[in-house]
Design a protein around this ligand. Structure first.
Ligand code: CA
Ligand code: CA
Length: 239
């Protein structure tokens, strides 16, 4: 530790110190302040004009046992500067041909839920995938399935990996396949109604500094009443 002390000395006695600066202490304080990053509430861009304000209501059919009670989502805090990295990046899917729409629609920035605002896949358990082009630290994955008519989709699983084929360093961020019907492992996350505010998957990690990812996959099976798989938009927030 390096300190300077400026003082008036009178007859060999220290009369009063004028200032003392301790570089080590200062350095520690600076380092600590650098670790505490300014966070802001994530803005998903879901203003009135951006989404379809669907008629409220819930499907009257089956209610899966792991269905979550709907409550207003708390502000989701992320470091300042975190933005949607998925927009217009390369998107692919597990199907050769969609029933309607194009896979590019999952990251075209359009989150409305009208007649032509989604890509639809035939039954099964399918995925869409976005290549961020490089490894980023991601903090959230936001998903809009078709929501004009509220639906509960089965087996929603969100994973990241280091390669496009998902063979290396596969990590699961979200899995609500409570009965392992998709065969990818039993998930502990809850089922949810599709809504205009989207489903937000937390990727901030234990240190709140995000998760490294390049490839992000979102799996979905058909709805609890047999609804077709329809993706409207997927956003991946990171830096
Ligand atoms: Ca879209
Ligand atoms: Ca299931």
């Amino acid at each position: 530790m390096i300190c300077w002390i400026a003082a008036d000395r009178v007859k060999g006695h220290l009369r009063f110190p004028v200032f003392a600066v301790c570089m080590m202490a200062g350095g520690v304080l600076l380092a600590a302040s650098a670790q505490v990053r300014k966070t802001v509430a994530l803005d998903l861009g879901i203003g009135v004009d951006a989404v379809t304000r669907a008629t409220p209501g819930n499907p009257k059919g089956l209610k899966p046992p792991h269905l979550r009670k709907e409550v207003k989502r708390k502000p989701f805090m992320v470091p300042r500067g975190v933005r949607n990295l998925a927009l217009y990046k390369r998107a692919t899917s597990s199907v050769k041909e969609s029933v309607t729409g194009d896979v590019d629609q999952v990251n075209d920035g359009i989150k409305k839920s009208g007649e032509f605002d989604y890509v639809e896949f035939a039954g099964g358990h399918h995925w869409i995938q976005v290549d961020l082009g490089a490894v980023h630290r991601i903090h959230a994955v936001a998903i809009w399935h078709f929501y004009k008519n509220a639906t509960i989709y089965n087996d929603v699983i969100v994973q990241t990996a280091d390669d496009t084929a998902f063979t290396r360093n596969v990590r699961t961020l979200f899995n609500n396949d409570h009965d392992n019907s998709a065969g990818m492992g039993q998930g502990k996350d809850t089922a949810f109604y599709t809504r205009w505010w989207g489903e937000l998957v937390d990727a901030r990690g234990p240190e709140s500094d995000g998760s490294p990812a390049r490839y992000v996959r979102v799996y979905t099976a058909d709805g609890v009443e047999g609804e077709a798989i329809r993706f409207v938009e997927v956003e991946i927030y990171g830096e």
